[in-house]
Ligand binder design. Structure first.
Ligand code: ZN
Length: 198
């Protein structure tokens, strides 16, 4: 069936939905069509109202990115969206300004093209946020992370000679290579409260 095949293919193209899963989803959608059309309409409306910021790589609703507009002098650099959601869930009432590296694989740390693009994006972010003076790396302690911290620090010091940034990172004690998003609330608090100046 032409349309059914197209539907399965479209569902399959959605991120992380495999062909078998797409087939199953298509069947579910069709079996209870009326109810599912309502749900899909709701999803479409929600999608319409949520945006992804290309500068800080976090989500926002409305016209402007709230994270980019926060006038904090402190930013936390996180590895990826999992970490962003973790912080967001834990500190909903606080206004923590975040810069998402958007590193989803270990290789992202070592890919020069990728690193250059992130540095350019971070410089742009810092130019647009003149109040920022403190930069904290919430990347999980690892060799890769140490390398990028050193590279980023050097690039930012050279690129912003007039601004004396204060850099910090996660203090030792957090399990090596452990993703922030897997930490429990107490360890997360420890991470936030025990930053090491670099
Ligand atoms: Zn933003």
């Amino acid at each position: 069936m032409k349309n059914l095949n197209i539907l399965i293919n479209e569902l399959n193209l959605l991120s992380s939905i495999g062909p078998k899963q797409a087939q199953r989803l298509a069947i579910e959608f069709i079996k209870d069509k009326e109810e599912n059309l309502k749900k899909l309409t709701k999803i479409i409306n929600l999608l319409d109202n949520i945006n992804f910021c290309n500068l800080c790589k976090t989500f926002y609703e409305g016209k402007e990115c709230i994270n980019c507009k926060l006038s904090n002098d402190f930013i936390y650099i996180v590895e990826n969206l999992n970490d962003y959601f973790k912080i967001y869930d834990l500190y909903q009432n606080q206004t923590i300004k975040i810069f998402n590296l958007n590193f989803n694989h270990k290789s992202d740390y070592l890919n020069n093209n990728n690193l250059n693009n992130v540095i350019l994006r971070l410089k742009d972010f810092l130019h647009q946020n003149e109040k920022i003076l403190k930069i904290s790396f919430l990347t999980p302690p690892s060799i890769e992370s140490e390398i990028i911290i050193r590279v980023f620090k050097k690039e930012l010091q050279e690129g912003f000679k007039e601004r004396k940034f204060l850099f910090s990172k996660i203090k030792l004690g957090v399990p090596k290579d452990l993703n922030i998003s897997y930490l429990n609330e107490d360890t997360m608090k420890y991470v936030f409260e025990n930053q090491e100046e670099i």
